[in-house]
Ligand binder design. Structure first.
Ligand code: ATP
Ligand code: MG
Length: 334
């Protein structure tokens, strides 16, 4: 039945229907706390094609890191709910055992640069040993071949090879960040999730690292998920943009469509809060706070802060398609 619809789709759209690199469907990750259940990732669905960079934007606490952890099944002990589909190259990996997932997905297919990873490098190991480690653990390589691969990886991120012999404390923040990116690249995954990779760095170093990522994407055909609240930096790399609010994706579209013309009132506020040099415009801010993720409001989660709110917003809006290619979770577009 499903096959038939795909064939029909193909006939209608003329598109070649290969599976996307990653498809997430109805993903939920809830945590148990003493105050109640936190719905950090709530019914999230999206697909990411090969050689694409997806920027996930949203303010602190909206669930960006939790989404990344859910995709890589890096779960804390207090998980309450972890359900949905995660398809990699068309195969749902949710039912896979932890052993199989670790062997075939984590690091080999998808790797991650965790939030603040550059500050958690091991101080007593040489950087080279830390970059080589995923190969020894996940690809069963011996130390010598792993170091050879590590040497290639550091060249990709634009640092001298002698840097492998150094210790983390001998490196600047930008260099440490490049080291952790090299670590994520060394196993040659298809997809790299970068959680706030440049937020602790100065703007020039940020731009440098974004360029490194762009070149790697072009030369090695990698895909990225770039998690950030830095809208300006994200626009350097993103092909697709997802805006998250209170555990959900509220807008999805291509970078080309999104940056000049965000649709969701939250996205518009978020974009208006970006300072621009030499523009005499007061900075916008969003009054109020995001709702608690324990018992979030039943209707639109942004309604309480939304300047465009109307009666309908008491009900949860679906994802509404706009211009045939953008999605927005807002009744204004019905
Ligand atoms: N292990 C956990 N147990 C309980 N609650 C958690 C846990 N991890 C995250 N949370 C909560 O889930 C929500 C989403 O957190 P998350 O870290 O995913 O947000 P974020 O968008 O990455 O924020 P930031 O931009 O500050 O990194 C927050 O309310 C957070 O307090
Ligand atoms: Mg985070």
């Amino acid at each position: 039945m499903r096959e038939k619809t795909e064939v029909q789709n193909k006939a209608e759209t003329g598109l070649e229907l290969t599976s996307p690199l990653l498809r997430v469907e109805d993903l939920r990750l809830y945590f148990r706390t003493t105050q109640g259940v936190v719905q950090a990732v709530d019914r999230i669905s999206f697909a990411l094609e090969r050689n694409q960079a997806l920027a996930i934007l949203g303010e602190s606490g909206c669930g960006k890191t939790s989404l990344a952890r859910a995709i890589l099944r890096l779960l804390p002990r207090n998980v309450h709910t972890y359900t949905g589909r995660i398809e990699i190259d068309g195969v749902d990996v949710m039912p896979w055992s932890e052993e199989r997932f670790r062997r075939e997905v984590r690091w080999t297919k998808i790797s991650m640069v965790s939030q603040a990873a550059m500050n958690s490098l091991n101080p007593v190991l040489r950087v080279g040993d830390q970059i080589a480690e995923p190969l020894i653990i996940h690809k069963n390589m011996d130390r010598k071949s792993a170091w050879a691969r590590a040497r290639e990886a550091v060249q990709l991120v634009g640092v001298p090879v002698d840097f492998l012999q150094r210790y983390a404390f001998e490196l600047s923040g930008g260099m440490r960040q490049r080291a952790v990116i090299a670590m994520a690249l060394v196993t040659n995954p298809d997809l790299i999730i970068l959680d706030e990779p440049t937020s602790a760095l100065d703007v020039l170093t940020q731009a440098n690292i974004m360029n490194v990522l762009k070149n790697i994407k072009k030369d090695l055909q990698k895909s990225y998920i770039l998690i950030t609240h830095d809208i300006a930096t994200s626009s350097e790399l993103a092909d697709q943009v997802a805006i998250m609010y209170a555990g959900q994706i509220v807008e999805w579209g291509s970078a080309e469509d999104f940056y000049p013309n965000p649709l969701h009132p939250y996205s518009q506020k978020l974009m208006a809060s970006v300072p621009r040099l030499r523009e005499d415009r007061p900075l916008d801010f969003i009054a109020g706070r995001p709702p608690s993720l324990i018992n979030p409001p039943p209707g639109c989660r942004f309604a309480a802060r939304c300047p465009a709110k109307f009666a309908q917003c008491e009900h949860e809006p679906p994802m509404i398609e706009v211009e045939g290619r953008r999605l927005v979770k807002c009744w204004l577009y019905r």
